[in-house]
Design a protein around this ligand. Sequence first.
Ligand SMILES: Cc1cc2nc3c(=O)[nH]c(=O)nc-3n(C[C@H](O)[C@H](O)[C@H](O)COP(=O)(O)OP(=O)(O)OC[C@H]3O[C@@H](n4cnc5c(N)ncnc54)[C@H](O)[C@@H]3O)c2cc1C
Length: 416
Amino acid sequence: MIKNSVEVAVIGGGAAGIAAARKLAAHRIDCLIVEARSRLGGRAFTVREPSGFALDLGCGWLHSADCNPWAAVATAQGRQFSKATPPWGRATMTKVMPLETQRAFRAAMADLFERVAQAAATGRDRAISELVPADGRWTGMLNAVMTYIAGAELDRMSTIDLDRYEDTELNWRLVDGYGAMIAASADGLATALDCPVTRIDHSGKRIRIETPRGVIEADRVIVTLPTSIIGDNEGLFFPALPAKTEAARGLPLGLDDKLFIALDGAEEFEAESRVFGRTDRAATGNYHFRPFGRPLIECYFAGRWAHELEAGGDKAFFDFAVSELTGLFGADFARRLKPLCLHQWGADPYARGSYSYAIPGAADQRAVLAAPVDDRLFFAGEACSRHDFSTAHGAFITGSEAADHILAARRINPSP
Ligand SMILES: Cc1cc2nc3c(=O)[nH]c(=O)nc-3n(C[C@H](O)[C@H](O)[C@H](O)COP(=O)(O)OP(=O)(O)OC[C@H]3O[C@@H](n4cnc5c(N)ncnc54)[C@H](O)[C@@H]3O)c2cc1C
């Protein structure tokens, strides 16, 4: 039996929902996380592969680590950090991609961000692709790297939104997984798992949350669902909230999928190094060798190319990785590779993508999505964040802010 009446229902038990519920519970507010999956964490998801390594299939990097609120939670849990410079922060694998080429690409990337800042300063939003030549030397790779950052290619992304992203450029990881730490931080919170919400009826005095396991009534609700779920489901709210549907559609989830491969004879490669399959097109993989020094390759496939790979199933990812890696290291390299695990976030019914980006013209939709409705319905989740969107810490901050709004609202208008 699930609890059928609470003061606050938090819909979605990912980073935002957990952060919100932790704060409410700390204030002794009766709250319940209502989660569709049989696990907490959402897009924060650590698995253990047979040799015992914790692998983050969702978020892995504590971006802006010096002001990332999850870092304090991880410290309180006694977690071990890796503070090694990420592979994108330095030149690596120079035998495969010469240093001069890496420097030239780094300069092209810096130039792109400069152009984005200048374009955003005009106040007129447009697609980032308008800022780069269609057939420039680095256009393919700029698109590829942007898909790893945002899940989408330059032609789909708003300049103003990207310009608003803030990054202190300090990136840490957790040896036992970012996802595992986030899920563990929900210990002790009241949860209803395997409980997908089908409708949020806010027409009456109390809000009715409909699920296949029964109706839960609440005085206030925090919705932390991914934009893919809100945007695709006009009937989610009753009465309908068209502004929320439209905002969510302006902030779709891009796609980024990770494949982990075991690598025989890994010591031949430098730890924390990386290489791209190709430097002249967007449809390529990014291969992170020996993360944490482990005998693995962490492969990233993103954007439209990841959608195509998902259509081919798990095997398509591994086959493609092998084809690119043998292209770089020779045909014999294939024998050293064994697929370990992959999660297809686009096919995941409770994510339907990886992280949000704003389409041109939609940067301000983040604030629209985040705005409370009638001081009873509150919104959180990475897509609601103005400066830290797409990230687990952005999700945390919005969840914590939604909890603050509830604390303020109930001081003015206490729950019955
Ligand atoms: C491959 C990948 C790599 C990433 N890398 C990083 C990284 O390195 N660093 C970083 O900071 N971020 C990264 N991210 C992004 C980060 O994981 C997300 O931004 C963050 O976890 C989102 O948290 P959230 O609470 O907003 O959403 P979610 O985690 O999606 O939480 C929403 C919850 O709602 C649940 N739900 C969905 N539908 C229903 C329903 N109908 N009823 C009830 N519950 C429902 C979902 O199951 C989920 O648990 C990555 C994500 C992916 C996929």
